[in-house]
Structure formats: C-alpha cells, structure tokens
Design a protein around this ligand. Structure first.
Ligand code: ADP
Ligand code: MG
Length: 337
C-alpha cells in the first residue's frame, strides 16, 4: 500500500477522538475559549444532553472577520507563537485543536464580532466550511454546535443517556464557574436555568449560586503560602464528609486538574478526623510557577507533571491540617463554655 498524508478533515476527526470524548468536552473547550477571550459573561444552553444542541455565547473580544475560517483549521491559534511560549502558558487553550475537532464531528455555526468590525458568521458541517459571510451581531462570540457525532456513529453509540451526559456538562460547568468568580456563568436547558453565578469575584458566592447556602456553609477558608507554591480555596469542616471524592476539585494555575497526589495530600490533611472511606469536600487553587509544571501531557489538559511533587504535597497537607485543626480547637473552646 502506498503511504499517503491524511486529509485534514480526517486528521481533525482523529484529533476529535482524543479531545472531544463527549458533549461535556465540547462545553469545556468552548467555555475555555470564551474565558481566554476576556469575557465577563458566558451563557451556555444545551438540549438533549448536549447532543442535540450546545450553544456558548460570550461577550469577549470576538474573532476578526478575516480569521473566522482559520479558527476552524487545525493548529490555528492566536495564543502561542513560538516553542518558548509552551513553557509559559497563561491561557486555557494553546493547541489550536478544539474548534477544528468539534467542527469535524458536528454541524457548527459561529457568530462573532471583533472590535469595530461589522461581524461575521461561518457555518460548517462535518468539518467542511459551508459559508462565510458578513453578519451583524453583538460584540463577542456565539458558537452553536448541533447533532454532535452525527458522522461518527460509533462514538455516538458510546454516549450515555441524555440525563447522564447532561450531568457531566453540569459538573464541568460548575468547575469552570468556580475557577472564575469574576465571570458570570449561566447554564440553561430548553426550560430550565440550572445556575447563574454573580460574577462579583467572590468564590463563596459562586458556591452558593451553584450548590445553595446550606452546602456552602459547610466550607471554611483555606489560605496557604509556601516557597515554590501557594494555595487558597474552601475546605469542609471536619464534621462534613461524603462517600466519594465528588466534592474534591483541584485547580493548578486555574486549570481543572485530576491529581492522585493532591487527593492524597487532602487525605493526609484530614487524617485522624475522618474515617477511611469518608471524604471531605475541597476546592483548592494552587499557584505554581508555570515553569514548575508541564501541562502539555494530555490532549484534554486535565493531567500535568509537577517538576517536584514533594514540597507541594507537604504544603497542601500541612496547610489543610492546620486550617482544620485551628477550627477544631475553637470549636472545643466554645463547647467548654
Ligand atoms: P486554542 O484555544 O488552542 O487556541 P481553538 O481551536 O480552541 O484553539 O480556537 C482557535 C482560535 O479561535 C483561538 O486561538 C482564538 O483565537 C479563536 N477563538 C475561539 N473561540 C473564541 C472566542 N469565544 N472568542 C474569541 N476568539 C475565539
Ligand atoms: Mg481552545
């Protein structure tokens, strides 16, 4: 068989297999683009568990009309320009993969207006651009994704029920909203508003908007600073616990991260206060010099490599222990009175 370079559209579909696992991945990628665009308001609307419709609307900087076609091409990004940038990433995106991947497995419409320009619209089906035209609209970007995986039936077959897919979307939207209290996020379905965060910069208010006041009251403030890293967030009082880690959310440099090491550090911090299958709730934001972590490990960017795990583990576990113990002491004193 002769060796050939694959056609772009096929390459995008292959990349989509890695980046776009399910509707929630589309939501994550689109919302992260809206965050990178400097938006202060991001509204998401879904139907049919995100398979029928995902619409993300922002009031960010928009895309210059001449670039709308390019944005749908592979490895097209405005966020990095050279290899050094890879070791100093301050944006959520940088791989230039999301839009072409999403476009290759859906019917996509993109409306955008940049600065003083008149605005533009581009439509694509299965990755093929159909139309690019001038189109007036508000400043910012609105992306509509319909019929996700219509041309990849196998992928579609592996999706769970709309209710389950919707709960994954809810989960990722809450994590994104918690990561940016300064941005107002809303999640809606056809009939229902799931939540709307105020965008006032207060983390606790985001938690209240999503989970309600009673839940938020279980959390106390965490603030730790160390030499190579610092952390802040909200952690639950020792009397709160759950049977799994669903209420444990970690961010490294504001990116949602899965990290067994950080989960172990939390266990260590609560040691002696909780039983072995009792898990606290934590929302922890770690700040580490960008050069000390490598985020370019995984296409979905949810895993990373720490240059040196030890100091981070110790800082977090001790910080949590001191915070929770401080509270425990006060509680005992109050109790004695
Ligand atoms: P990446 O985010 O890795 O750069 P994407 O494929 O997600 O790649 O997006 C490609 C480019 O399209 C971005 O670099 C950005 O310039 C532009 N873009 C995408 N979404 C938006 C948005 N909501 N607002 C402004 N620009 C956007
Ligand atoms: Mg992106």
């Amino acid at each position: 068989m002769p060796i050939r370079l694959l056609e772009d559209n096929l390459i995008n579909k292959i990349a989509a297999g890695e980046v776009i696992e399910r509707p929630a991945s589309v939501v994550k990628e689109l919302v992260e683009n809206s965050i990178d665009a400097g938006s202060t308001r991001i509204n998401v609307r879904i139907a049919g568990g995100g398979v029928d419709l995902i619409e993300v609307e922002d009031n960010g900087c928009g895309i210059p009309a001449q670039d709308v076609g390019t944005a749908l091409q592979r490895h097209a990004t405005s966020k990095i320009t050279c290899a050094e940038d890879l070791f100093n990433i301050n944006t959520m995106g940088f791989r230039g993969e999301a839009l072409p991947s999403i476009a290759s497995v859906s019917r996509l419409e993109l409306y955008t207006r940049y600065a003083d320009e008149p605005g533009a619209r581009v439509t694509a089906a299965g990755g093929t651009i159909q139309d690019t035209e001038a189109f007036p609209g508000p400043e910012g970007t609105r992306i509509v994704v319909r019929e996700l995986f219509f041309n990849t039936p196998v992928r579609k077959k592996f999706l769970k029920s709309p209710v389950t897919e919707q709960s994954h979307i809810y989960d990722i939207m809450s994590k994104l909203a918690l990561s940016r209290p300064d941005i107002s996020f809303s999640l809606n379905s056809e009939k229902k508003l799931y939540f709307k965060t105020p965008g006032n910069g207060n983390l606790r208010d985001v938690l209240i908007a999503i989970n309600g006041k009673d839940f938020a009251e279980q959390f106390i403030d965490l603030k730790i600073s160390g030499e190579t890293c610092s952390a802040y967030g909200l952690i639950t009082r020792p009397e709160f616990h759950r049977i799994n880690r669903k209420n444990q959310i970690f961010y490294v440099n504001n990116r949602i991260i899965k990290s067994p090491m950080l989960a172990r550090a939390v266990d260590e911090g609560y040691k002696g206060l909780l039983l072995s299958r009792e898990y606290p709730g934590v929302i922890v934001f770690l700040t580490i010099a960008p050069g000390e972590v490598d985020i370019n490990v995984h296409p979905q960017k949810t895993e990373l490599r720490f240059t040196d795990e030890g100091p981070i583990f110790r800082l977090l576990s001790r910080g949590i222990r001191d915070t929770v113990n401080g509270l425990a002491i006060n509680w005992r004193e109050n109790y004695r009175e």
